[in-house]
Design a protein around this ligand. Structure first.
Ligand code: RB5
Length: 142
């Protein structure tokens, strides 16, 4: 199950991502927002992050205008490794090296075509399980 959330700046891109997830037959839980009306991104960042740390969802996707505010907020929750990615190399590397559990993007930064490739890369890349990466990830939580 994929947790997904956005603010007004990410709403249009989230709609494209939801269609894409449905096309791939992937299950998701949409935590809002549900329109382009102005709203506060921390509300949605916390809802998605809590769904991931609780185990309700295995992974998450967060979108705001830049991806910055929503990723900063998510990363304040213990156990969250939220990666702001606007290219496929970063999306692959953050799964392999950081075992990132939430992908963040900016709906005002990246077009839908690239964003969907980034989503696929993030979802389809497993963690490397390399000892050095496990060690570094555990140091994040010290
Ligand atoms: C909203 O205008 C904008 O500040 C928000 O979507 C995001 O970019 C914050 O980091």
């Amino acid at each position: 199950m994929i947790a997904i959330g956005c603010d007004h700046g990410g709403y249009e891109l989230k709609k494209e991502i939801l269609k894409h997830l449905e096309g791939r037959g992937l299950e998701y839980k949409d935590f809002g927002t549900d329109s382009t009306a102005s709203c506060d991104y921390p509300v949605f960042a916390k809802a998605v992050a809590n769904a991931v740390v609780s185990g309700e969802c295995e992974t998450g996707i967060l979108i705001c205008g830049t991806g910055i505010g929503i990723s900063i907020t998510a990363n304040k929750i213990k156990g969250i490794r939220c990666a702001l990615c606007h290219d496929c190399f970063s999306a692959e590397a953050t799964r392999l090296h950081n075992n990132a559990n939430i992908l963040a993007m900016g709906g005002r930064i990246v077009g839908a075509g690239l964003a969907l490739k980034i989503v696929d890369t993030f979802l389809d890349t497993p963690f490397s399980n390399d000892e050095r990466h496990i060690r570094r990830i555990s140091q994040m939580e010290d």
